[in-house]
Design a protein around this ligand. Sequence first.
Ligand code: SF4
Length: 189
Amino acid sequence: SEYADISLKDIDQVSKSSFPLCMRHLFEKLREDHHLKHGGRMQLGLFLKGVGLKLDDALAFWREEFTKKVGSERFDKEYAYAIRHNYGKEGKRTDYTPYACSKIITSAPGAGDHHGCPYRHFSEDNLKAALSRMGLSSRGMEDVMDKVRNRHYQLACTLTFEAVYGTSCDTGINHPNQYFEESQKILKS
Ligand code: SF4
């Protein structure tokens, strides 16, 4: 990406400072459970590729977590292929692009899944707790919840962005990688 090619040593810090809630959630769950189901691996994996995580770093990143639960051989057999595939290094060699909000919002996470859009898929209590961890005031949170109740999920995310960074985001949020880029612009200016 234009602003930051994330490296492995910075990834935890950057996840807290610049990831939208959907990706923060996946990232935290991966660190916590050392596993993500397929939908989560795709959503987070393609996002990380979009922010400039190189293939070798991506393999090291997923390997570090997954091998806390499964053996190295199983990781190579079952998971590494899919990661290389996302980077266009296997199969049809398509260069897969990160998911936009519209695709994430209309996904249908099942039990045990952590992908999806928190504004759309979290319970009200879980969403409020997550927003409070992002530092929103109760006033800011009420504005966000108001958008959520009216099913304006991207606007809810845009308001969160504006509250977190203390600046307006006139274009609105329509892509997790756009959220990341805009946030890096602000943090690095
Ligand atoms: Fe992620 Fe988009 Fe939902 Fe924001 S609106 S949490 S960027 S899917």
